[in-house]
Design a protein around this ligand. Structure first.
Ligand code: ZN
Length: 510
């Protein structure tokens, strides 16, 4: 025993000596090289038309899921993806997303990094981590240089990601103060979702005036019907255009819930190109915030449909590139991953069944509405899953073994365990929110979502071979794609603050 101990000590001693000797042959600090080599210097002439597309909550899993879903629709014998067009852009890179607080950032901190080039903390809009000093987003420099500025989002236009392109606030939740900065800005095109807290009810400012009235006084043309929006052009002046239909929390509808003829994110990008058109050029930031919201709710089908529509919106900008290839730059990235989505689930081992997601005909939000109608007419404790099975079948394709189509579509039949999960979730959904038990286990099962709806998306996702780990963001890096003037700077691996530095150099901002 004694001898054995001694021999372990001598092995350790030899290893220690060896490691000291060997370290002399290694670079002194192998970590110092991490981001130092990315090229942030551009020497050419600045482009006139710059598009920055940010898929909120969009990283590799969201893009891959959409590409595999589209590929599966080809029904080929072996797996085939259908690439989203922007993934074929000539320059591809990877950006780190952590912020000054955490490896798991939010849209305020990551947006600040992309728009203004600094690391800051969760929830902060264009201020340093101590919330002492403001930083200017790239849009202000570009405006000073004569470019017109557009900010487009399918979630509220004073939500964190659009806000980092025109506001400075200690907290992303200062919605009224952010909207005030929008109304007081000299930017040219704000479009998409509505305005949170437009009247300032949640603001510390007393006697707050409706920001829409302030925007009008400051010369904004405020429009919210389809006819008015489609009639906009480059003589319209400063524009605030809000989607005629807002679905949840002042956001445009999920793409899978958008009815024929209703305006899409692509429509707002196409219209922005008309409105911003001028000889000096323009910068347009376009966010798909609904990709993020779908992933928070663990609704894979909604995420896929909004990612596909995001690609359509990008292709509107690509038409500008095709017309003016020497004067255009398009950058596409995400701000962070959301949901911990992955492709692969224990229950389906080495297989996926993306076609099952085609059976989902509405987002979880629309199903929540169906459920709240049911709650209105059903006393608690009187609920039974049988009442809702027809709605579940038409919304998610799922059915019980006794369903008339069960033999035809066995792959969509609920197992006994899945059925039990749904019965339990329905019970929870019938409870008043204040009576619900948000214990740790409950938080993991349902997050803050409607228990029945989120259990249905979980079951369908898992049957398709997909799974989520969280209702929040994750620490994954994000891809960056670029085409046009300065595209080569976006190749490689770098920090999200480098995206700003690259854009600033390409635009000759000192
Ligand atoms: Zn989010």
């Amino acid at each position: 025993m004694k001898n054995k101990k001694r021999s372990i000590f001598s092995v350790v001693a030899i290893l220690l000596v060896l490691s000291v000797v060997l370290s002399g042959f290694l670079p002194t600090d192998i970590f110092s090289q991490s981001f130092a080599e990315t090229n942030n210097t551009f020497n050419g002439e600045a482009p006139k038309y710059i598009f920055l597309f940010i898929g909120d909550g969009m990283s590799f899993p969201q893009i891959s899921a959409a590409e595999m879903y589209l590929g599966a629709q080809k029904h080929t014998a072996t797996p085939e993806i259908k690439a989203l067009d922007f993934t074929n852009f000539p320059a591809t890179g990877v950006a780190a997303t952590y912020d000054s607080d955490s490896f798991i950032p939010d849209s305020a901190s990551t947006g600040t990094s992309i728009a203004s080039g600094i690391k800051t903390g969760n929830g902060i809009i264009n201020m340093d981590p101590q919330k002492k000093a403001n930083v200017d987003p790239i849009t202000r420099d570009l405006k000073d240089m004569g470019y017109k500025i557009g900010v487009v989002s399918n979630v509220p236009i004073n939500h964190a990601t659009p806000a980092v392109f025109y506001a400075n606030q200690e907290s992303r939740n200062n919605y009224y103060e952010i909207a005030l900065q929008l109304a007081e800005s000299d930017f040219d095109y704000f479009a998409g979702g509505g305005i949170n807290d437009a009247e300032g009810k949640n603001s510390k400012i007393t006697n707050s005036e409706n920001v829409i009235d302030i925007a009008k006084k400051n010369g904004f043309k405020v429009v919210s019907t389809k006819e008015e929006i489609l009639a906009l052009n480059n003589t319209s002046g400063k524009v605030l255009a809000t989607s005629p239909r807002l679905q949840d929390s002042n956001a445009m509808p999920y793409e899978m819930d958008r009815k024929a003829g209703e305006l899409s994110l692509s429509d707002f990008v196409r219209k922005g190109i008309d409105v911003l058109d001028n000889p000096k050029g323009y910068f347009m930031m376009v966010e798909s915030g609904k990709i993020d919201w779908a992933n928070h709710a663990n609704d894979a089908a909604a995420s896929i449909h909004d990612t596909i529509e995001f690609n359509n919106a990008i292709m509107e900008a690509y038409k500008v590139y095709e017309k003016y290839p020497n004067d255009t730059l398009i950058i596409v990235t995400g701000d962070h991953e959301c949901g911990g989505l992955t492709i692969g689930f224990a229950g389906t081992a080495y297989d996926t069944f993306f076609n099952k997601l085609e059976k989902q005909t509405m987002s979880y939000v629309e199903f929540d509405n169906i459920l709240s109608e049911y709650k209105k007419v059903t006393a608690p404790e009187k609920e039974t899953l049988e009442d809702i099975l027809p709605k579940i079948k038409s919304a998610f394709g799922l059915m019980t073994a006794t369903d008339e189509d069960a033999k035809k579509m066995p792959e969509l039949v609920l197992t006994a365990a899945e059925e039990a999960r749904l019965r339990d979730a329905l019970k929870r959904s019938m409870q008043k929110k204040e009576d619900r038990d948000f214990s740790d286990q409950e938080k993991i099962l349902y997050g803050t979502y409607e228990p029945l709806s989120v259990t249905l998306t979980h079951i369908l996702n898992n049957k398709a071979g997909l799974a989520f780990t969280t209702y929040s963001h994750t620490g994954l890096p994000v891809p960056v794609y670029a085409v046009g003037v300065g595209q080569e700077l976006f190749i490689g691996s770098y920090d999200n603050t480098d995206i700003y530095k690259k854009m600033a150099s390409i635009m000759n901002i000192q």
